[in-house]
Design a protein around this ligand. Sequence first.
Ligand code: BTN
Length: 252
Amino acid sequence: MTAVSPVVGHTIHNFETVDSTQAVLAHLAADRVLEGTVVVARHQTAGRGSHGRWWWDAPGESLMFSVLLRPTVPIARAPQLSLVSGVAVVDAFRACCHVDARIRWPNDVLIDGKKVCGVLPEALSSADGRVSHVLLGIGINVDQRAFPSELRNTATSLLLATGVAHDHARLLSATLADLDRRYGEWLRSGFADLRLEWRKRAGMLGQRVHMRDGGEGIAIDVDDTGALLIDAGRGALTRVVSAMTDPGEASA
Ligand code: BTN
C-alpha cells in the first residue's frame, strides 16, 4: 500500500512566547499557508479558552499548539471536528503516556474527573456556507505540579496523573499523528464511525450534567451531527450543539 504523507504537522512553527497560537496561525492562514500547518508555543500571554475565557499557562509547563485545517465541508459539519479531536487526544495520551483519559462533551479531556486538556476549534466560513478554515487549538497540561487556586480542584497535569514526566516533542508528534489519522477518516467516511469511537471514550454519558442555560439532565448520547442529547426529565429531550467560535470574535 502506498504511504500517504500526513496532512497534519508537515510544517511546524515553534515559538518561545506568543499572545496566542490561534492568533499567530490566523495570520498564517490569511497568508494562505498549507492545510496541516502547526504553530507551537512554550508560553502564551493571552491564551484563549472556550466561551471567551482565558487559557492559563506557566512558561514551559504546557504543550500548546494550533493546527490549520481546510475541510471543504458545510459549516454545519465543523463542530464534529471538536469531537474528532477529543478522540485523537485520548488515543495519543494512551499510546504516549499510558494513561486512560475520558472526554467530556464536546472535547475536554479529563483524567480522574480533572481537566488535563482543552480544545478550542475556531472556524471561519466562506460566503457559500462552507468552511474556509478551522484553527484547532489544543492546550495540554503536561508538567504542572500545582495550579493556581481557582484551577486547583478542576485541573490536573500528565505529571500529576501519572507520576512521571512526559516528553513534549514525543507527545506533540503522537497527538498530531492521531489527529491526522482521525481527520483523514472523517474526511473520507464522515462522522458515523467516529461517533462510536467518541462514545467509547466519553466519561459523561449516563451522568447528570448542567447546561449553560441553567437547565440540567442526564447526558445520554451524541447524535450524528455531534450534538449532545440530554434527558431533561418528563420525556423532554434537549439537544445541545457545540458552537464553533469565529476567530474574529474570539480574541480575549
Ligand atoms: C478550553 O477552554 O478548554 C480550550 C482551551 C484551548 C487552549 C489552547 S492552548 C493553544 C491554543 N491557543 C490558544 O490561545 N488556545 C488554544
